[in-house]
Design a binder for this molecule. Structure first.
Ligand SMILES: Cc1ncc(COP(=O)(O)O)c(C=O)c1O
Length: 315
């Protein structure tokens, strides 16, 4: 399976579980999958290509048209990961934003995912995987015919699942309705525009790529993880990214309330000033993030994460 480095790590997790070898492809200067590298990486062992609409780290949409065409030419699968964008992009397009095609309108797209629990506004525990045809979906099924417990069939990786979650998800979707989604998306994209423009006006910060509502930014002159710490003390929870070191904000409906984008930008400016005024200050999470991002011994970092999970189970 060939995926850009920015594709969600859930693909690595799946590849690990299913014994599939992942080939990672770099992104170009716009933080989108490098098509030439994908072309080069395809061999007769390749089963599928992946593209994100958009990718979690930088909110950028991969060149899905070109990637899915490549897959179609080769007769292999192409998955569009629209987990983040599946319940934003269709409405963004209707609102007139420039959204390139990323879905089954493209003949090469064979499967897609869209998270109802993100911008679908349903509770966590539901998501959607879509297949171009029933034939492809059948590979997901598991059946057992010789078990003393009787005949068994299961359509999903998880075994027992609560129907209540699906019902609650359905209720969320219909209660939002097209009008609700259009309204939410309009508010999110307008607030994101304000936030992006505001970040671009802070000389110490650089926005990565050309994002719509998941906005990653870095700093050539400051430790951006310290800016993240400063933002935390002001009540903002940003995600720390690495390779390259940056942070991002995923703009949600909560951020669209009156005055919130302005408060975010004022706090960001103040955080940048605080780091500039005291560049050598220690403490906070910044040193931990920096070490985890740069330590060459990745096995050690992985062990650290495993121990962290141990601790979570202890309390
Ligand atoms: C773009 C994208 N793809 C996939 C996933 C993975 O979802 P899960 O948490 O179900 O592994 C996420 C979750 O954040 C995501 O943002």
């Amino acid at each position: 399976m060939i995926a850009p480095v920015t594709a969600h790590v859930a693909f690595d997790k799946a590849a690990d579980y299913f014994g599939i070898r992942m080939k990672k492809i770099p992104v170009d200067a716009s933080y989108r999958a490098d098509i030439k590298a994908v072309k080069k990486a395809i061999t007769r062992n390749t089963i599928a290509l992946v593209g994100s609409a958009p990718a979690f780290p930088h909110g950028t949409i991969d060149p899905i048209v070109e990637l899915s065409e490549l897959a179609r030419e080769q007769g292999i699968g192409f998955h569009t990961d629209a987990c983040l964008g599946g319940f934003v992009l269709p409405w963004a397009e209707k609102l007139g934003y420039p959204v390139p095609p990323y879905d089954f309108r493209l003949p090469g797209v064979t499967s897609m995912s869209a998270d109802t629990h993100k911008y679908g506004y349903a509770a966590k525990g539901t998501s959607v995987v879509l297949y171009r045809g029933l034939e492809l979906r059948r590979y997901q099924y598991f059946t057992a015919t010789d078990w003393p417990g009787g005949l068994y069939f299961s359509p999903t990786f998880a075994g027992s699942r609560p129907g209540a979650l699906s019902a609650a998800c359905w209720a969320s979707l219909v209660s939002m309705g097209e009008a609700g989604y259009l309204d939410a998306t309009r508010k999110i994209l307008e607030s994101a525009d304000k936030i992006r423009e505001g970040i671009e006006c802070i000389p110490e910060l650089t926005v990565l790529g050309d994002p719509l509502w998941v906005i990653a930014f870095a700093s050539p002159s400051l430790d951006i993880y310290r800016v993240l710490d400063e933002m935390s003390t002001r009540g903002w929870s940003l995600n720390g990214l690495h390779k390259p070191i940056a942070v991002h904000i995923a703009v949600t409906l909560r951020h669209t309330q009156p005055g919130v984008p302005e408060r975010f930008l004022a706090d960001l400016q103040a955080s940048v000033e605080a780091v500039k005024a005291n560049p050598e200050a220690g403490g906070g999470m910044a040193p931990v993030y920096s070490m985890a991002a740069t330590l060459p011994m990745r096995g050690m970092v992985s062990e650290l994460l495993r121990r962290y999970i141990d601790v979570l189970y202890k309390v």
